[in-house]
Unconditional design. Sequence first.
Length: 278
Amino acid sequence: MASITDCVVEGLKYPFTNIKKILGIGVLFALVSALSTVIGIKSFDIFRMSIHLVENTNSTVSQIPFSQLPAGDIYLVVGLSVISFIVGLFILGYQYDVVKFSIDRKADLPGFNDIAGLLVRGIKYLIVTVAYYIIPVIVWTAGIAFAGDSSVFIIVSLIAGLLFIIAYFLTIIAVNNMVAYGSIKKAFDFREITDNIASLGWGKYIGIVLFTVIVMMIISVAVGIILSFITVAFAAVINNQAVIISIVIAIIEGLFIDSYMTVFFSRVCGSIYRESIK
């Protein structure tokens, strides 16, 4: 049985086995990052204008006529959000394939030949993730409803937090079980999912996931420092172009960092599952 460090080290090396393919998925991440940046900027502009209208008309946001809002920006945000969501499904589909390659002990990265299949697998991945997190979200939403009662809010928030943690650890094996069998039903075979975790050992399973997350956090901090220097360098060269700089940094982060981290984590998750079914 592979050790915790073996799984993580192999996962760290895996994205470098095919630079072209990792950059291929990186392009999708870069697109989502750039779109998210534009969406964020435009959403803030809409919010700022809404606040301005509220202050000038002594009304509430819900009372502001749509005709007075920046319709162009609103349609742009909606359109870009839809595009970003669709691209995100392809990314999830690729994560699905990385997990499959890991379970099957394939050394190479998945390709992009089956575009339609990639989308379908991404939808399956999303459905399973949403299904596992829906209860924690409902409980957390209920906690917000009780925000006026601090004691109830704290208790409900703690319960929601615990449910999120449980959902997180179950979702990893659930997705892998779906991928291994090629059936979305297997993502909800709770008996087999818990048996797989028990076979590996709950302590080892939680430990390897936490260790992987810690490694990702360390990489994120290091990358964040580097990107901050790059941002300062861009700002020194390009004056008064914060939007352009933000988009460029988002593209760099998506192309190189987000793609690497996602493939790394998916590879480790597949390795964990493979060890659990030995």
